[in-house]
Design a protein. Structure first.
Length: 700
């Protein structure tokens, strides 16, 4: 255990105490002094640049103003009770309002004292007010110069009501930093500090929370940001190096009958050059005696499934079992059907296991799996379950869309005495920085070529008002023998409202495309699995002309005869989702179309997304555009799932820094792979601490 200052539990910080410590832990995940220190401000205000009350012109932006408080009173009763006060300067007045912590605010407010007021004005009945402002008495002349930069910390209402407004947080921060001199050890080696001209850690901590001036603050932020991305890359790349050094893996050292007879007899087409190359890369990796952890990237339709199958056959040829895990049941089922077709007469035993496999057959499958009678198992998350036990699992393929984190991958490692080889396939390409941050611990193979003979999909943008025209186009496509998808966005599969959109759409399509001339399928998330399968099956067999569905068809569904994808409310989809959906068509030799239907009221972002889709079909370009458009804010899904954990760095804006950090770490590890040299001792300590944490996590 380490009893350093920074690992002291937060409740021991003066003025915090046990009750408020619990609050900090629960609301902000702050457990120790060190955690608090790393709770950085998200912006700053320059208090020397306050405005007078009559200069307030904008709403919802932080401002600083200055004045004297008068007329403090409570208004309303019970839940509607609020506290108001008037702030005046020579130019005018402004109302201040509190809805929470009223008693506390009332006791602490002083009338006829000049305050600096910080907050976001809103316009109400023609005049401005500020709710829950931060107040600070203007210090009398002659006293030590107050901090001119005020840090702004994000806070929650709950925290604010317990005294942790941004100012409350900065107060405990100043208590912490007041005792911190000499207690904030350096984490980066000297050679890194001097090479990149970085500020020391302690100085940086002072200047990120209480900056001396803008310039010093910028240096502090740069230093801590660099540390953040550097340590992240160190963790990934060290794990990778360590695995390569001592992480034993199964040796798949020959290609045998299964692979060869599939290749000779069952492969219906020539592999693309890129497919051949990545199979070779993967095979090379699997025969080194080290565990493979590899990412397979490729655009929609580039033929990743086939690559996965070839690798699984290599596993079988070497006497091992393999499994393929997909993010949805529909996709798992589809993979299973395709693979069964590919594997005819090869003599491989394959099974499908998902959440809706009947208990009796589930039991049977598990038994046979454990005896080694099943060679390839395909399924969903269900495969991760502890009671899915393999006789000799050698390869795990994960087909995903940013859905599985490092931890889930690690669970699959535990399925054999030596961890099986892992191949992660992304459903769409991901930008380089994202690959470096989310999959930074994996080696990467890229399929950068589509199978020959594909005509680029033509993408059109149509407004809702043009629906009749679109219906006409659909009819012509159907009479030419093609099939059509119509997809509705579903933000939340359980939301009735979304389902209503789908049902309304289905009805109007049913009216425009009457039976028996036209047959329509419908599939959505609230249907039972066998009803879904039945409808999918009808569409696949060409018995229905139109498939109306939610995004359940998003990933992987493969019907080469479908030539039109109509996406309703396209403005509500993200770019990668649109690209993924569009990839459902254009698989046959015919010209295919994607029609993006939107209302005529589009946001700037919505319009940019539609424009990108119309202009390009290159998944890598779309992925870059997507990341730029959404920015890091919308990557929250990733952030929350713990896949990306960055406090300061922004994977779009700081791409360059991330790359430099990664190159530097690579350089260090190539000359000192186990970090044994004294000049890297701090780095060694960091990775040891990290791996201790992971191991504890696994035990508990
Ligand atoms: P994705 O990379 O999106 O998962 P799939 O593996 O589903 O792509 O492949 C898309 C389609 O292309 C499938 O119908 C597959 O059979 C076909 N395909 C794969 N490889 C080739 C190839 N080399 N030549 C022709 N068609 C191919
Ligand atoms: Mg796929």
């Amino acid at each position: 255990m380490d009893y350093s200052y920074l690992s002291t539990p937060i409740e021991y910080l003066r003025t915090v105490g046990p009750a408020r410590a619990t609050l900090l832990q629960r609301e902000l995940g702050i457990h120790t002094f060190g955690d608090l220190l790393e709770y950085y401000p998200f912006r700053y205000l320059d208090r020397t640049r306050f405005i007078t009350i009559n200069q307030i012109a904008e709403t919802n932006n932080y401002i600083v103003t200055k004045g004297v408080i008068t007329d403090i009173k409570t208004v309303g009763e019970g839940r509607k009770m609020r506290l108001t006060a008037i702030l005046r300067d020579v130019t005018g007045s402004l109302e201040l309002v509190w809805f929470q912590g009223i008693k506390w605010v009332k006791e602490s407010l002083r009338t006829n004292v000049e305050y600096l007021v910080l907050g976001r004005p809103t316009l109400f009945n023609g005049s401005y007010n500020i709710a829950h402002p931060d107040l600070e008495p203007v210090k009398p002349e002659g006293e030590a110069v107050a901090q001119s930069f005020i840090p702004i910390y994000s806070s929650t209402e709950k925290l604010k009501s317990r005294g942790f407004s941004t100012k409350g947080i900065s107060k405990i921060m100043s208590v912490l930093l007041g005792d911190a001199h000499g207690n904030i050890p350096e984490t980066l080696p000297k050679h890194i500090i001097s090479r990149f001209g970085l500020m020391g850690r302690e100085e940086a901590m002072f200047n990120i929370h209480f900056p001396k001036d803008a310039e010093t603050n910028a240096k502090a932020v740069r230093r801590l940001k660099f540390e953040e991305v550097f340590m992240m890359q160190l963790e990934y790349l060290y794990a990778k190096t360590e695995r390569r050094e001592k992480g034993r893996g199964f040796v798949f050292n020959h290609i045998g009958n299964y692979f060869n007879s599939f290749y000779k007899n069952n492969l219906p087409f020539e592999l693309t050059g890129a497919q051949k190359r990545v199979v070779r890369e993967i095979y090379t990796d699997m025969r080194t005696g080290k565990q493979m952890n590899r990412l397979l990237q490729g655009d929609v339709g580039s033929g990743k499934t086939l690559v996965a199958l070839l690798c699984m056959l290599i596993a079988c040829d070497n006497g091992f079992q393999a499994c393929l895990m997909a993010p949805t049941e529909i996709l798992a089922t589809q993979h299973f059907a395709n693979i069964m077709k590919f594997l005819q007469n090869i003599g491989i035993e394959a099974e499908l296991l998902t959440g809706s496999t009947k208990p009796a057959s589930k039991r049977k499958i598990k038994e046979r799996l454990q005896k080694g009678e099943i060679q390839i198992l395909i399924g969903t998350h269900a495969l991760i379950e502890k009671d899915v036990v393999f006789a000799n699992l050698g390869l795990v393929v994960i087909d995903e869309q940013h859905r599985f984190g490092v931890e889930q991958r690690a669970k699959m490692w535990a399925k054999n005495t030596i961890p099986p080889h892992i191949l992660v396939m992304t459903a769409t390409p991901i930008p380089r920085t994202l690959a470096m941050t989310v999959y930074g611990d994996l080696d990467c193979s890229i399929i950068d070529e589509l199978p020959p003979g594909r005509k680029p999909i033509r993408t059109l943008h149509q407004y809702d008002g043009d629906r009749l025209k679109v219906f006409g186009f659909m009819k012509r496509q159907i009479s030419a023998g093609h099939q059509i998808y119509v997809v509705y966005p579903l933000i939340n599969e359980s939301e009735k409202l979304d389902l209503k959109d789908l049902m309304d759409g289905y009805e109007s399509i049913s009216r425009a495309f009457p039976q028996p001339q036209y047959q329509i399928s419908i599939v959505h998330g609230q249907m039972k699995a066998d009803a879904k399968d039945y409808e999918m099956e009808r569409f696949k067999k060409g018995q229905t002309h139109i498939m109306v569905s939610t995004t359940v068809i998003e990933v992987g569904v493969d019907v080469p005869n479908a030539s039109v994808m109509v996406i309703e409310n396209a403005e509500r989809f993200g770019l990668s989702q649109l690209h993924q959906l569009r990839g459902r068509v254009g698989r046959g030799a015919e010209q295919s179309y994607c029609i993006l239907m939107t209302s005529d009221k589009l946001t700037t972002d919505g319009r940019a997304r539609i424009k990108t889709m119309v202009e390009t079909t290159d998944g890598f370009k779309i992925a870059e555009a997507d990341l730029k458009l959404r920015g890091p804010g919308d990557l929250q899904g990733l952030q929350q799932s713990g896949v990306i954990d960055l406090k300061l760095a922004d994977i779009v804006q700081d791409e360059n820094m991330i790359r430099v950090a990664r190159d530097t770490v690579n350089e260090i590890l190539s000359s000192d792979p186990r970090l044994l040299s004294p000049e890297n001792s701090l780095l060694k300590r960091y990775v040891q601490k990290k791996s201790a944490k992971i191991n504890w996590g696994r035990i508990s």
